[in-house]
Design a protein around this ligand. Structure first.
Ligand code: PEP
Ligand code: MG
Length: 768
């Protein structure tokens, strides 16, 4: 077989393996066969002990698996890890770093080829082949191992994150030790609480083990699920009776046999008796069966593997249907999950949610924006979080430092309790700014708007003195339903927003879906959604949806006259012209229907796309106002996906290109006499807010949680200082330097606590 074919098959086999250990086993066996060597082994880094543990081998003593390990700087394996590059030796024993492991029986092997398994600049382990014959491995063998190692690194990283590598080497049953994980801040704040794992429905792999206190109840739930699935399969069988051949329908019989009391169910029940909850017991049984199927090469048996998985999912779906509504969310619950959608979040008992932590996502993912609006501290992109092992674990979430502590020590908890107390005092101190205008000491007055989506934002925004709504994300109410809301429903929702702020303006953005914002009932499956069908592109293709929304907004504003309409994702003049045409039509329709004279609302566009930035004068001339959507503009200017945690470090509003682009928008829009606001997240960050004010933005729109902080900053820094600072930073070519300069300025004004309260630069104690 060609190397490429071998690789392809291997990757497929690894994909089919039920868990990491089975996958590693497949790898070592196939590599040994493919390279015709005597030994292939994989060592993985155990982070707790900082040692490379032998996790799979073909050729060395199998009993050594999980029992032998090498320190960071021990042996040739340690050296491969240290150097982060391959080592190819004809005579390993003569190398000064050779370290003989007697338990493995490796003394017979002379030649050694080791390559690091790397993921995101970190060494996760080492892949090794060995042979008795003294020879240097050839170039094509080196290339094969390097390619393979790159392929498997993702699998290892994922398994590590799901907790499958926990405790493989460490002594079992000990007290859980404290650990720190890093991510990206989604919504600032600190929380102490207990983890509640949220896993996507019917996703077997992510079901955690959980000790049950009521096995009888778990048994009953399982039996009910079993009955449900048996019925389901019988119904399928009947339904297919006319369209499937009898031998094809035999599959259903196989399913039913697998569900026989003495088959799979007996094993699950045994595990429930042993103390696991029904879902965990089911997952472990299915896992084990998949593992034994994976070891077989026969395509027929592989098919059976898919059947077992399918049955597992069906049973799980039934179990989850029974348990979800009763899910317990104790006070100070910390929601954790691989991914948590906006819809899942808003469905939670929000008063009990202290914080959110997810493995995926980035600072400006939609869920993070909603969490920010709700004031729930959130850390996203914690790719290493062992979600599967964390249910009910005590945790501290420090979203200022983007850190998550699992099983924190007593001292750390004490320190964080103090910080939380200090933060409460800070927030209480901010109350003084509720009714004060956002006016600098040298008399420059800014308009602060709130961004809304939920009704909760309205109350909080008003309470904190917002002078209107800069961005109403109209897609949020669409996300909370299982179908498009009717015109009348929409009218009621919009009326609440408009009347809460009248006579202040409420800027309603037309439906902005696509990209990372999917409606469950209108799925858009695209390879590259950020550059695909989203925002205005969808609504112009669906004038029926657009018109209903516009009509509902116009009707809602009757008698209030404070509606402004905002178009998202504009990239060309013709999109504005088409929307204007539809708006005029909607106005005349509503006038006719409601028998009133409608004041045509002001129409604005969002500047989110580089083409709109470059053509700003053309676009601004034909609308009433512009509003910069800096979240998307940053993503498109820097070519950094705002949802991708891998490149989250590159996504920064302090990038010189972003700052200079924003200054350009303000100057050009003003040159054609149009007001310009900004409604992206950077308007609500005290550091960037002062730069935006200095640039000349007419208004800043932010989530309610940031209104008081920003007002305090603006009331502290004179406009002249902010302008001097802006002039200095616009000449700098490096984002990190710009950020430090801004933070230094805030610190000089005694405002450090508003930026990073848990990381004091002078004097203050910073937790480890
Ligand atoms: C933006 O892109 O900056 C914006 C405000 O819109 P959203 O975050 O909803 O995409
Ligand atoms: Mg946007």
């Amino acid at each position: 077989m060609l190397m490429l074919d071998i690789l392809r098959k291997l990757v497929q086999d690894v994909d089919n393996a039920p868990n990491l250990l089975a996958a590693l086993d497949v790898i070592v066996q196939s590599v040994r066969d493919a390279l015709n060597t005597e030994v292939c082994s994989i060592y993985l880094l155990d982070e707790r002990s900082n040692r490379y543990v032998l996790m799979a081998t073909h050729g060395l003593n199998p009993n050594a698996v999980g029992n032998v390990s090498l320190g960071f700087s021990e042996g040739l394996v340690g050296l491969v890890g240290q150097r982060e590059e391959l080592i190819n030796l004809e005579d390993a024993a003569s190398h000064p770093r050779f370290h003989y492991l007697p338990e493995t029986g490796e003394d017979r092997y002379n030649s050694f080829l080791g390559v690091p398994i790397m993921n995101r600049r970190k060494v996760l382990g080492v892949l090794v082949v060995q042979q008795q014959e003294k020879r240097r491995f050839g170039e094509s063998e080196e290339a094969f191992l390097v390619t393979l190692s790159a392929q498997i690194s993702g699998v290892v990283a994922h398994a590590r994150a799901l907790g499958q590598l926990e405790n493989l080497h460490a002594p079992k049953g000990g007290v859980a030790s404290p650990r720190i994980f890093h991510g990206v801040a989604g919504a600032s704040g600190i929380a102490i609480g207990r983890a509640v794992v949220i896993y996507p429905p019917a996703d077997l792999e992510s079901v955690p083990d959980r000790v049950t206190e009521d096995p009888a109840n778990e048994l009953q739930q399982f039996n009910q699920a079993l009955m449900g699935v048996r019925n389901e399969i019988q119904q399928l069988d009947t339904k297919m009776a006319t369209s499937l051949m009898p031998e094809e329908r035999a599959l259903f019989e196989v399913y039913l046999r697998m569900l026989d009391d003495n088959a799979l169910p007996a094993e699950v029940i045994e595990r429930i008796h042993a103390g696991n909850w029904a879902q965990g017991a089911l997952r472990s049984v299915i896992d084990e069966h998949m593992q034994s199927f994976a070891a077989m090469d026969d395509p027929y048996l592989r098919e059976r593997m898919a059947d077992v998985r399918d049955l597992g999912r069906r049973l799980l779906a039934h179990l989850q249907q029974q348990t979800t509504p009763n899910r317990d969310f104790p006070e100070s619950s910390i929601l954790i999950g691989e991914d948590i959608s906006t819809a899942t979040l808003v469905d939670m008992p929000l008063e009990n949610i202290a914080a959110i932590v997810t493995m995926t996502g980035a600072a400006n993912s939609h869920m993070a924006i909603v969490a920010r609006a709700l004031g729930i501290p959130t850390v996203v992109g914690v790719s290493e979080l062992p979600v599967g092992n964390l249910d009910d674990a005590e945790m501290i979430v420090d979203a200022y430092q983007s850190r998550v502590y699992v099983h924190p020590s007593r001292e750390l908890r004490k320190r964080y309790k103090e910080i939380i107390k200090e933060e409460r005092q800070l927030v209480a101190g901010l109350d003084a700014y509720r009714d004060l205008p956002a006016e600098t000491p040298d008399g420059h007055r800014m308009t602060l708007y709130v961004n809304t989506g939920l009704m909760a934002d309205v109350a909080r925004g008003r309470e904190r003195g917002a002078e209107g709504v800069g961005l109403y994300r109209s897609e949020i109410p669409f996300m909370l339903r299982d179908r498009f809301p009717s015109e009348e429903e929409q009218r009621n929702i919009y009326r609440q927003q408009l009347s809460a702020f009248a006579p202040y303006p409420v800027t309603m953005r037309m439906l902005d879906i696509g990209g990372d914002k999917d409606l469950p009932y209108f799925p858009i499956d695209e390879v590259n959604p950020a550059l695909g069908w989203r925002g205005i592109r969808i609504t112009l293709d669906h004038p029926e949806i657009f018109m209903v929304q516009m009509r509902a907004m116009l009707k809602a504003a009757i008698g209030l006259n404070n509606l402004q309409i905002l178009l998202p994702m504009i990239s060309s003049v013709f999109e504005i012209e088409e929307a204007q045409h539809l708006l005029l039509r909607a106005v005349s329709e509503v006038q006719e229907e409601e028998k009133v004279t409608i004041q045509t609302p002001k129409l604005g566009i969002m500047i989110e796309v580089p083409s709109a930035l470059i053509q700003i004068k053309d676009l601004a001339s034909i609308v009433d106002f512009v509003s910069v959507g800096s979240n998307d503009l940053t993503q498109y200017l820097l070519a950094v996906d705002r949802n991708n945690s891998r490149v989250a470090d590159l996504y920064t509003p302090y990038h010189p290109a972003v700052l200079r682009a924003l200054q350009y928008v303000v100057t050009e829009a003003h040159a054609v006499g149009k007001p310009v606001g900004i409604c992206g997240e950077m308007a609500g960050d005290p550091g960037t807010a002062i730069l935006l004010m200095a640039m000349g933005f007419d208004s800043l729109g932010m989530s309610a949680s940031n209104l008081l902080k920003v007002r305090k900053v603006l009331r502290t820094i004179p406009l002249t200082n902010a302008k001097e600072l802006l002039n200095e930073v616009l000449a700098i070519d490096n984002a990190a330097v710009i950020r430090s300069m801004v933070e230094l300025e805030l610190n000089k004004l005694g405002l450090w606590d508003l930026v990073r309260p848990t990381q004091k630069p002078v004097g203050g104690k910073v937790p480890a």
